[in-house]
Each structure stands twice: as C-alpha cells, then as structure tokens.
Design a protein around this ligand. Structure first.
Ligand SMILES: N[C@@H](CCC(=O)N[C@@H](CS)C(=O)NCC(=O)O)C(=O)O
Length: 218
C-alpha cells in the first residue's frame, strides 16, 4: 500500500498546494510529498500525467485521485474524523465552510495583484486595486475570532475557530502575502491570528522549502 501521496507545485509559488500540505502536516497526517516544478519545459506533461485537471495540488490515496485543494481538504476531513479538521460546533462549522468556499472562489484581485512569493520579503507594496479584498479579509478574520474563536466545543486555540481547522489552511497563503507585501497593519485579532499562523512549525517548514527553491535558481 502506497499510502497518501500529495503532488504539489513550487513551495514559493503554489498557493493552492500550500493549503492541503499545511493541513496534513499540522494535523499529523502522514503522506509522501511529490513536487512538480511549474516553470519547467516538462511541467505541462508531468501535470497532465498525475491530475485530471492538469493542476496541483492533487492527492493520491492508492487508486483514488482527488484533485483541487478544497476537495482534498474535505476528503481528509472525512477520512480522518478523529483529526477534527472542521470545527465541532455546527454553526462554527457552517461559517468555516462559508469563509473557506469564499476564499476558494473569490479574491481574484488579490491573487492577481499580490501573487504568492512565500519566501521573498519586501515585495513592492501597494494595496491599490485590492482595497476591497483586504477589507473583506480583515472582516472575516475579526468576525471569526470574535464569534467562534472561543466557542468551547471547538477547542482552545489562536486560530479562526479556536483550534486549527481547514479554514485556517485555506487562508494560509493570505498570511504569507500579508507578510511579504507588507507588513500590512491589521487590527489586533487579525494580527494575532496572522502571527499564530506565520509561526506554525509547518509554515516554517514550507518556508524553508521555498527558500531552497529560490537558492537553487540563483
Ligand atoms: N482551484 C484549484 C486551482 C489549482 C491551480 O490553479 N494550481 C496551479 C498551481 S498553484 C497549477 O497547477 N498551475 C499549473 C498550470 O496552470 O499549468 C485548486 O483549488 O486546487
């Protein structure tokens, strides 16, 4: 049995790959990582080989192929119920799913104007064109922390819904952008959440991988 295999893109660039990777690492779900570098002449063929959408991330569980970051997170939540990857409280869970889906399908201005460069600090910093996306993100972080950060059923923690959940993983690339394009001044609850996320051992590990990729290109 091969176990879980997660195909990902470059750690410096692939924001979609970061989400399930971080979730699995943080939750202690074992997997084999396979990186497909996205800027190589062979990338297109390699992607087509492993994923029906020709995109990463893509998870293999023996014969089963699960592609798309959000679908992978949902699959993991079902496969590992003991990991409580969604909040236990029903209202918190519905809200966590709503903000995760909103992230997955929206914020296109932010994605376009602030593409993820995980390990490059001091990127050109202008919020022009993404003011609305940033305001909405701050609203999400503040209201999740205020309304659900301390709901006892979800377990304690500095994350959006108390203990770490899929919602935190879905917003992890935003944390990187807030650091590398900023630092952006955030209100206290959003800033505390950003700092808790940025200092996670799994985020640090991803960052080391991103730095190594950059060093390799020099
Ligand atoms: N909606 C997809 C997006 C996946 C995606 O766009 N992945 C990028 C890397 S971050 C990719 O595979 N790009 C390869 C290409 O476009 O050739 C998801 O959530 O997984």
């Amino acid at each position: 049995m091969a176990g879980l295999i997660l195909h990902i893109g470059d750690k410096n660039l692939s924001s979609w790959s970061l989400r399930p990777w971080l979730l699995m690492k943080h939750a202690g779900i074992g997997f084999t990582e396979r990186v497909i570098r996205l800027d190589r002449p062979t990338s297109k063929a390699e992607l087509a080989d492993i994923s029906p959408s020709s995109r990463v991330p893509c998870l293999l569980d023996d014969e089963l192929v699960v592609w798309d970051s959000f679908a992978i997170c949902e699959y993991l939540a079902e496969k590992f119920p003991e990991k409580s990857l969604w909040p236990a409280d029903r209202a918190a869970r519905a809200t966590a799913r709503s903000v995760s889906a909103e992230m997955h399908s929206g914020f296109s201005a932010l994605r376009t104007l602030w593409p993820m460069h995980f390990a490059r600090e001091g990127m050109r910093h202008t919020t022009h064109g993404i003011e609305d996306d940033i305001a909405r993100l701050i609203e999400i972080f503040e209201t999740c922390r205020r309304d659900y950060g301390a709901v006892a059923k979800n377990g304690d923690g500095p994350f959006l819904f108390g203990r770490f959940s899929i919602a935190d993983a879905m917003f992890a690339p935003v944390v990187s952008r807030f650091v590398t394009y900023g630092p952006l001044a955030l209100p206290p609850a959003a800033a505390a959440w950003r700092d808790a996320m940025w200092s996670l051992p799994a985020m640090r590990e991803w960052g080391e991988g991103a730095k190594a990729e950059i060093a390799e290109k020099k």
